[in-house]
Ligand binder design. Structure first.
Ligand code: SF4
Length: 142
């Protein structure tokens, strides 16, 4: 058995010890599977714009998100999302060339959403690489 195979075997054993063999998959609201979609839609604060243009996406993911490119545009869609029984909203979007989102100007609008709904609001602060979402993903209570 090679070193990688040994490491994978070790990782599997640790994972099964800590978490068991059951895997839970979550379905984001931007996608549907078998007629079912999740209860946690995403809002793009950049609309369809993304400077990173990763090879596997080219900004296509943004097309499945609710566009809210100004703070004023954030509240109304979030109120509708709440009325439809969703649990929360991911505030995300496309990145600039430094891997940043301009969402800081949205903080007061996010606060207004929190005051008017019981939605969880999740944000992604910035992204070092396209695949580091889980590392930089944080759920905040405002
Ligand atoms: S940063 Fe995200 S939205 Fe932009 S191209 Fe990459 S995967 Fe798509």
């Amino acid at each position: 058995m090679g070193k990688l195979a040994e490491k994978l075997e070790q990782a599997r054993k640790i994972s099964w010890e800590w978490f068991g063999k059951r895997i839970t998959f979550y379905l984001p609201a931007m996608f549907s599977y078998d007629g079912i979609s999740g209860k946690y839609p995403a809002v793009s604060v950049t609309g369809n714009r993304c400077s990173l243009q990763c090879e596997h996406c080219k900004g296509k993911l943004l097309q499945s998100m609710i566009a809210a490119v100004t703070p004023d545009e954030l509240l109304q869609p979030c109120l509708k999302v709440s009325e439809r029984g969703n649990l929360g909203v991911l505030v995300s979007g496309g990145y600039d060339s430094e891997g940043r989102l301009p969402w800081e100007s949205f903080i007061p609008a996010i606060g207004a959403v929190k005051k008017r709904t019981k939605l969880y609001i999740s944000t992604i602060r910035y992204q070092r690489t396209c695949c580091s979402v889980s590392r930089d993903f944080s759920t905040k209570k405002w």
